[in-house]
Design a protein around this ligand. Structure first.
Ligand code: PA5
Length: 443
């Protein structure tokens, strides 16, 4: 089980009492599905209640893709791709595509509007066999929809209409939306984005699981870890429930003016877990002029870029260190007879131990510099423990948002840029806004 060390952040009895009351109310309303956004809380019991038949079909589709494709193009943005990429990078490798392996390369596209990126992925796939998993609830999100047009055309060109149909897997709404309509019309195999689960809470549904399974990751273990977290974190109690403790600590720190949280990790494979976490907390809490701003750093690398700011910049930060307690590779610092760098005192030490000392040293320096510190420790980085962690973060995020007084399951602010973009691109129906915006831009 993961553990959370909140140091002395929750030491005061009076703080604990208030936070406990807030969290009791938040957790009860969440479980009773009476909280704001209750219609989007099915992730709460998904590890137990998810559709088993669909899951078996998903595993069969992943096996088919592994057998007939050397590359899988995953098309989606935000909650429709960050979870899958986080898990693939954490458990397979951030350099997954460069590794010698029996599973297909995985390219994540449709998460930007960069011509260079799309062009490069098309070149990298070359004439290899590939399949596409397009993931979109609506089917009309510009970034993935444009990418899907491109890759669908490439598939049709390479395999013909029938061949393309067999290589397109659409993960979308069960009944409505542009992608659902197209999938029905064209006869694609489909997987469902459940109605009651928003994008950023969807990593354990087919949204995340199909690409994760294609990468050869043990999805059973991932779901088992999440199920274990679901059972363990169901009980109320600030003294015993780490999800409560995390939600309580960040709410208390926020009220004390620590409005920026930095998720710090010492394994490069966790970089996209940081991206997923940022969307989860940022989109859930950042509304009505409120919310902790989530940032992430990959250490020790970023100690040489962001370290100065964390140590001595504005004191509105707190840090959550994600620690992995077991090594997954044995590498030792070598002895060098010249000792030009003066580092022979490290010779024979494992990199794992050196990395841990760096983590401990940094943590203490940051605390001394006025940056409160929490440590979230995973026994090891494997599918089971990651499943547990993903569920932990989702529950803690929901509790934290509810305790803050916001609806952690909506994202009304995401629409603003879309309206402007459509207006500037000339989408029919947006003419008046387009004219007003062009004036503001001086055009
Ligand atoms: O979390 C969310 O809801 C968003 O990040 C969406 O997943 C994202 O905007 C993509 O939307 P769609 O799945 O409709 O293409």
């Amino acid at each position: 089980m993961l553990t959370l060390n909140t140091g002395d952040i929750l030491a005061r009895e009076s703080d604990r009492k208030t936070l406990s009351e807030n969290l009791t109310a938040a957790h009860s309303a969440l479980k009773a599905r009476t909280c704001p956004g209750a219609a989007f809380t099915d992730w709460l019991t998904w590890p137990r209640d998810g559709d088993k038949q669909e899951y078996d079909r998903l595993k069969a589709a992943a096996a088919r893709i592994r057998a007939d494709s050397r590359a899988l193009v995953v098309i989606g943005i935000g909650g429709s791709y960050l979870g899958a990429r986080a898990v693939v990078e954490a458990l397979a490798s951030p350099q997954y595509n460069l590794k010698k392996k029996s599973t297909p390369d995985i390219y994540f596209v449709g998460n930007n509007l960069s011509a260079a990126h799309l062009h490069e992925v098309i070149e990298l796939i070359g004439n290899r066999d590939f399949s596409v998993n397009v993931i979109s609830k609506s089917g009309t999100t510009t970034e993935p929809a444009v990418a899907f047009r491109l890759f669908k055309a490439l598939l049709v060109e390479k395999y013909g209409k029938g061949g393309a149909r067999a290589r397109i897997y659409a993960t979308t709404d069960k009944a409505k939306g542009a992608l659902r309509d197209m999938a029905e019309r064209e006869g694609y195999e489909t997987f469902v984005i459940p109605d009651g689960i928003g994008g950023r809470y969807s990593v354990l549904t087919p949204v995340g699981l199909l690409p994760i399974a294609v990468a050869g990751i043990d999805t059973d273990a991932l779901l088992d870890g999440a199920l274990s977290a679901m059972n363990a974190l169901d009980a109320s109690g600030l003294e015993t429930n780490p999800a409560w403790q995390y939600a309580a600590a960040r709410n208390l720190l926020y009220r004390q003016g620590k409005t920026i949280e930095i998720l710090a990790f010492y394994e490069p494979g966790l970089r996209f877990l940081g991206e997923w976490w940022k969307q989860l907390f940022g989109e859930s809490e950042g509304k009505q002029g409120k919310g902790v701003f989530p940032a992430s750093v990959e250490l020790t690398a970023d100690l040489h870029s962001m370290g100065q700011y964390i140590q001595e910049g504005r004191r509105d930060l707190f840090e959550t260190v994600l620690s992995v307690d077991a090594p997954d590779a044995a590498v030792e610092a070598p002895f060098d007879p010249d000792n030009a760098d003066g580092l022979n005192f490290l010779a024979g030490l494992s990199l794992f131990d050196i990395n841990r000392r760096a983590m401990e040293a940094t943590r203490l320096a940051h605390v001394d510099g006025g940056v409160p510190n929490l440590v979230l420790a995973l026994p090891r980085l494997d599918a089971w423990n990651l499943g547990e962690l993903l569920y932990f973060f989702m529950l803690a995020c929901a509790l934290s948002g509810l305790a803050l007084g916001v609806n952690p399951f909506d994202q009304p602010g995401v629409e603003a840029y879309k309206v402007n973009m459509f207006a500037l691109l000339g989408k029919p129906g947006y003419e008046a806004q387009g004219e007003a915006l062009r004036k503001r831009l001086g055009g």
